[in-house]
Ligand binder design. Sequence first.
Ligand code: SAH
Length: 189
Amino acid sequence: MLNDNDFITNCNVPGPTKEAIRAIILYKADIKNTDTIVDIGCGTGGLTCEFAQRAKKVIAIDHNPQATNLTSQNLKKFKIKGNIDLKTDDALNALKKIEKIDIGFIGGSGKELNEILNILNEKLNPNGKIIITAILLDTKIEAINKLKKLGYKPQIMEANISNGRVLERGVMMISENPIAIITAKKKGE
Ligand code: SAH
């Protein structure tokens, strides 16, 4: 696992997804070294860097050129090599050109979540999985409803993480934003 503070950041690009959340995502993703993963909305590259160390191929997409640039910088900083395809493009556009995938991760979708899930579902291998992180209540509900419509049985985990800051007179707990990790396997569970 990479440390949050080691990532190069840019105030115009969100991320990296916090360490504890990346750990949950990696556990849920259960990546095999034969897997092709698409990271939709790669941001700072928090997940791209983790996926690239474990998967056969990672396709990282972001419509913000500063995000793909930052992801590229972080991959270099952590000396992560491998089969990584960085695409500066809208998620829908980029997904249309992609062949089959094993894991579809959505870290950002703007207003396109519904359509992104339609395409991901088409491109996903029969035993593939979809993982979505959502901060907005609206995104959580939209993701769950759409996955159900597509025939999946989504699992929803909401993480409320707090980290201790050691002060002279004791330890103060500082909370992170609650975030949902929504997981769905193509075959259902
Ligand atoms: N998981 C990342 C943070 C993701 S932030 C990390 O750990 O670093 C979400 C990102 O999604 C943003 O950079 C935003 O530009 C991108 N995004 C949102 N909607 C998008 C879309 N429709 N197509 C491509 N990228 C999108």
